[in-house]
Design a protein around this ligand. Structure first.
Ligand SMILES: C[S@@+](CC[C@H](N)C(=O)[O-])C[C@H]1O[C@@H](n2cnc3c(N)ncnc32)[C@H](O)[C@@H]1O
Length: 203
């Protein structure tokens, strides 16, 4: 019960703050013109909502039944991002938003490997996540660090580790996923990045 309340609270508290990012992300996705999109760790499916008036086939996966219960009218399924139950090359665009920073490096690698596997040849990987650096507005840095601290010990350790590993820099193999675009957003505290899958068989 508490988990379901938390999922709805997550929607109410966070989504007004994320509205501009959602809109920007949706615009970029529409420009890339994919036929199919999967949101890995989709939470309540809020980003997919911004795409529901398009012809794109939309899918989300998340491990939390409580988050998924709030995902209405969209094909969101309970699956582990480290072991995705879709065949190779199933989607033209794979996105991962605000999820990598809270995982261990090993889990991040598994998730990126799965994202690569289910991505069609020349498909796009879109990542939105924190990127706190000297370029970040101090107020954004303090607020985000406080939120991550309050999220718990393990969460905060992974958040710090993510930055120690230079966010996606050590994680993404650019021979397999070629960087195409990077925009700093939210007081330069987050990065929206797009990579294009290169023709290779496995990550
Ligand atoms: C911070 S939330 C972000 C949700 C959504 N991407 C967004 O932008 O609002 C992280 C999400 O990752 C999900 N998650 C955590 N570990 C996962 C896993 N191994 N497989 C799938 N989802 C996972 C959580 O349940 C949660 O909904």
């Amino acid at each position: 019960m508490a988990k379901y309340v938390m999922a709805n609270l997550y929607d109410m508290l966070l989504y007004p703050f994320l509205k501009d990012i959602r809109k920007k992300t949706a615009r970029i996705i529409i420009q890339l013109n994919p036929k199919s999109v999967i949101d890995i760790c989709c939470g309540t499916g809020n980003q997919l909502e911004y795409l529901k008036n398009t012809n794109i086939r939309l899918t989300g996966i998340d491990i939390s039944p409580a988050m998924l219960k709030a995902a209405k009218h969209i094909d969101c399924r309970e699956q582990d991002a480290k072991n995705i139950q879709f065949p190779d090359k199933s989607f033209d665009l794979v996105m991962i938003q605000l999820a990598l920073h809270e995982k261990s490096f090993d889990d991040q690698k598994k998730i990126i490997g799965e994202a690569y596997r289910i991505l069609s040849d020349q498909g796009h990987l879109l990542i939105v996540d924190y990127e706190i650096s000297e370029k970040t507005k101090p107020s954004s840095r303090y607020i985000i660090t406080a939120i991550e601290f309050l999220a718990g010990k393990k969460h905060f350790r992974n958040f710090k580790e993510y930055h120690k590993n230079e966010c996606t820099n050590k994680l993404i193999n650019n021979n397999l996923l070629l960087p195409e675009k990077k925009v700093l957003i939210v007081g330069r505290a987050m990065a929206l990045q797009i990579f294009r899958k290169q023709a290779k068989n496995s990550y």
